[in-house]
Design a protein around this ligand. Structure first.
Ligand code: NAP
Ligand code: MG
Length: 402
């Protein structure tokens, strides 16, 4: 078979620890034999970030803006222990934070659904993708403890010194007080990313907030989503047969529990934080969760939702056998390759991504999996393999499909 050719480079961000080991295995076993991989390689491993004063992270994000698609391996976010372990010049910031700030994105997380790893909610047949707004609200709040009686006010002073003033509360005794904000620009870019992602994955979009109680704050979210929908996306939604559905967050939560899945659930920052943990654990495992950062201009960065699996890496270094699950990392690659194929009109690349995903799912559904899944599966007579052998089993199935 002739190898599939690529026209535009894919931005490849290598990472740390066990996922770096898996990265190499996936390329060698599942990609290089079938594709003439055209990547622009950035080593985001902590040692190299340290050598380049973290410039490599910035460069990789700039390259993503230039080419439009990136695939990222999990990376260490340094803490005190990592300072000594890697002899760091500085406690470098989270690469994901740096990349997010440059691309101005929204994070979408979706579970990989396979038979045998059953969601706790019986009627969830298809994945539910959470789109979390990643700016403002309680994460950029200002808080006070109030010692005793007094008046709390909300004051805004504009550039000309004009004041807008509201009484928050007349305290009769001790209490607590909090102020938070968001910007129309950030809400609009969140809305665009959600509609854009719905179009590109051909899924309905649901959004809920508490606009009945929060008549200005949450209502602004509702209004901006509605405006972006009507002025920029309604035609595309109609053409694709997609629905945009807004309701009160309470109603959305109730409906989610009864739904079949297969849609995107846009959440305000706090709702997304809480609900993504609920949805991901209800679907089974962090090792089966994909994550993609989408910018409002349509730039995509794919990764696994989990970290570098440090505990397994130390076992690996001691020469012990490890059974780390590579599925989310494989799906980061297939997501990126499919998107590259779509943008460049290379149908073979898109078909390859579909087949690699199918080979992975078939392998698990055939009872062959890593240890983490073997512990929670409802399938009987399963074989738990180490990472290398599991990836090899996927290769065997992939060759059948090709
Ligand atoms: P982690 O790497 O997600 O792993 C936590 C635990 O979850 C593991 O010890 C393992 O449990 C299980 N697990 C996660 N992924 C798995 C997989 N693919 N296969 C099998 N089991 C898996 O989180 P962490 O250990 O807290 O963090 C390690 C490093 O990752 C940190 O330096 C952190 O900064 C970084 N991190 C990076 C990202 C990112 O780049 N996106 C995200 C999160 C964390 P058992 O040990 O019980 O087997
Ligand atoms: Mg959380």
């Amino acid at each position: 078979m002739e190898k599939i050719k690529m026209t535009t480079p894919l931005v490849e961000m290598d990472g740390d620890e066990m996922t770096r080991i898996l990265w190499k295995m996936i390329k060698e076993e599942l990609l290089n034999p079938f594709i003439e991989l055209n990547t622009e390689y950035y080593d985001l491993g902590l040692a190299h970030r340290n050598e380049t004063d973290d410039q490599v992270t910035v460069e990789s994000a700039e390259a993503t803006k230039k080419y439009g698609v990136a695939v990222k391996c999990a990376t260490i976010t340094p803490n005190a222990a990592r300072m000594t372990e890697y002899d760091l010049k500085e406690m470098w910031k989270s690469p994901n934070g740096t990349i997010r700030a440059i691309l101005d994105g929204t994070v979408f997380r979706a579970p990989i659904v396979v038979k045998g790893i059953e969601p706790c909610v019986r009627n969830w047949e298809k994945p539910i993708t959470i789109a979390r707004h990643a700016y403002g609200d309680v994460y950029k709040n200002v808080e006070m403890k109030i010692a005793g009686p007094g008046k709390a006010e909300l004051v805004f002073t504009d550039e000309n010194g004009n004041e807008q003033r509201e009484t928050v509360f007349e305290f009769k005794g001790p209490g607590v007080l909090q102020g938070m904000h968001n910007t129309e620009a950030s809400i609009r870019s969140f809305a665009r990313a959600c509609f854009q992602y719905a179009v590109s994955t051909k899924q309905d979009l649901w959004f809920g907030s508490k606009d009945t109680i929060s008549k200005k704050y949450d209502h602004t979210f509702k209004d901006i989503f509605q405006e972006v929908y009507e002025t920029e996306y309604k035609e595309q939604f109609d053409a694709l047969g997609l629905t945009y559905f807004y309701s009160l967050i309470d109603d959305i939560v109730a409906r989610i529990m009864k739904a079949k899945g297969g849609f995107i659930w846009a959440c305000k920052n706090y709702d997304g934080d809480v609900m993504s943990d609920m949805v991901s654990s209800a679907f089974g495992s962090l090792a089966m969760m994909t994550s993609v950062l989408v910018s409002p201009t349509g730039v995509y960065e794919y990764e696994a939702a989990h970290g570098t699996v440090q505990r397994h890496y130390y076992k690996y270094l001691k020469g012990e056998e490890t059974s780390t699950n590579p599925v989310a990392t494989i799906f980061a690659w297939t997501g990126a390759l499919r998107k590259r194929g779509e943008l460049d009109g290379i149908s073979e690349l898109m078909a390859f991504a579909d087949k690699l995903e199918k080979a992975t799912i078939d392998t698990i559904e055939g009872g062959v999996m890593t240890k983490d899944l073997a512990l929670i599966t409802t399938l009987e007579n399963v074989t738990a393999l180490n990472s290398q052998d599991f990836i090899h089993a996927i290769r065997t199935r992939l060759e059948e499909l090709l």
